[in-house]
Design a protein around this ligand. Structure first.
Ligand SMILES: *Cc1c(COP(=O)(O)O)cnc(C)c1O
Length: 392
């Protein structure tokens, strides 16, 4: 296995939507209209005719179907994710759409983002005889859907996409990979055999903690069309303002994510040296029990190394386990730069006592999403916060 670090093309991020008709403006205008003028008397292939191409950026009818700003964002997302991308109102709207489209007999899912499990419960209620949920490591049958999140919330550890893709494809099922924690250029799930890639665009694609959106990416135009048709009637498209903010954000994805990744790996290796009862570089001894991250995972029993999958860099969200629950509750409120808040992927670093937003989380677990600040300032900030909670 060779590790050619994949690059994310800045030119694609800035220009993949150039061909879409627009005026003299340099920055894309936000399109707020819900309805569009019919350009000519109707003829086959125009408007909402079955022959019409919903990816044609010049053919818009009503904004629940398509509108120029989200079409532009989708053209950029398609290019950088190496497939056909469709945007949704949120990551969970995209998750629900993936379930509806896949019509699985059973869903194999274990752990990961709690909201997806809640969405799955609602989906289950809508099915005639419910739907069986099995463990991701159970035996699969034809018609099953494997739902694989990697890197995994909240620990930021990785799972082997190819291993699950091979197992489910062998029995005639499908694989969805929730790649929210591993945006381009960190990992490319199609390379390892997934059928659908899901992103909460609220996180790294949005990157500024100011928009909600979701994305599904598929490898065939026919599947994209089917998803688009269902989105139209589920009514779960992204809003104009959100699409516009998303497009603005995508222009700098190649600058933000590698920087976040570098900052994170620097902090992870620094924090990991203060475990096992040792003090390290200003971090007091006996505060941190454990650090979780893909880089600390090592090879699994099949000799698989997470580095093969995270070939563009390590993920920038991870978790630490403190020795004491009271300290885990206090730590996020003693940092100055790291903000006590849930979510992840933004330019500002966040730190969260995870149980505050996920009641099933270990009460000693603190999740960190690393932003684009200067990493030495983040270390200083954490040093003084650790000292404060030890002295408290
Ligand atoms: C946030 C998140 C989601 C849900 O996305 P929303 O945009 O909040 O609906 C799904 N999966 C993962 C891994 C997430 O972090």
């Amino acid at each position: 296995m060779s590790f050619n670090k994949p690059t994310l093309s800045g030119t694609d991020l800035i220009h993949a939507d150039d061909h879409i008709p627009h005026g003299l403006e340099v920055a894309p205008s936000i399109s707020v209209t819900t309805t569009f003028r019919n350009p000519t008397p109707w003829q086959p292939g125009l408007g909402l005719d079955d022959e019409a191409d919903p990816r044609n950026p010049a053919n818009h009818v009503y904004s629940r179907y398509t509108q120029p700003t989200s079409t532009r964002a989708e053209h950029v997302l398609s290019k950088i994710n190496k497939g056909y991308a469709l945007t949704y109102a949120s990551g969970l709207a995209a998750s629900y759409a993936a379930m509806v489209y896949s019509k699985p007999k059973r869903i194999a899912i274990t752990g990961g983002y709690h909201g997806v499990h809640m969405s799955l419960n609602i989906y289950k209620l809508g099915r005639d005889n419910g739907i069986e949920i099995i463990d991701i490591d159970d035996e699969y049958k034809e018609g099953d859907l494997v739902w694989l999140e990697t890197p995994l919330n909240p620990t930021g550890e990785s799972r082997n996409i190819k291993y699950y893709a091979d197992r489910i494809h062998a029995v005639g099922g499908k694989l969805v990979v929730d790649s929210t924690f591993g945006p381009p250029p960190l990992q490319y799930p199609f390379k390892w055999g997934t059928d659908i890639v899901l992103h909460s665009a609220t996180k790294y694609f949005g990157g500024h903690s100011d928009l909600l959106a979701g994305v599904l990416v598929v490898e065939s135009e026919d599947v994209w069309k089917a998803l688009w048709n269902q989105r139209t009637y589920l009514g779960s498209m992204a809003g104009s303002l959100e699409s516009w903010l998303l497009l603005r954000s995508l222009r700098t994805l190649h600058l933000r994510v590698p920087r976040q990744s570098e900052n994170a790996i620097s902090l992870v290796s620094w924090l990991a040296q203060a475990t096992g009862g040792k003090a390290h570089d200003g971090i007091p001894a006996g505060v941190i029990d454990k650090v979780w991250h893909s880089s600390l995972q090592g090879k699994d029993e099949n000799d698989w190394d997470p580095k093969e999958q995270l070939e563009g860099g390590w993920n920038a969200t991870f978790a630490i386990l403190l020795k004491r629950q009271e300290q885990a509750a206090l730590l996020p409120h003693k940092t100055q730069y790291l903000i006590p808040a849930t979510s992840l992927g933004g330019v500002e670093s966040l730190i969260e006592h995870r149980i505050a937003s996920d009641s099933k989380a270990d009460p000693r677990l603190v999740r960190l999403s690393i932003g684009v600040e200067d990493v030495e300032d983040l270390k200083d900030d954490l040093r003084q916060a650790f000292q404060t909670i030890v002295d408290a």
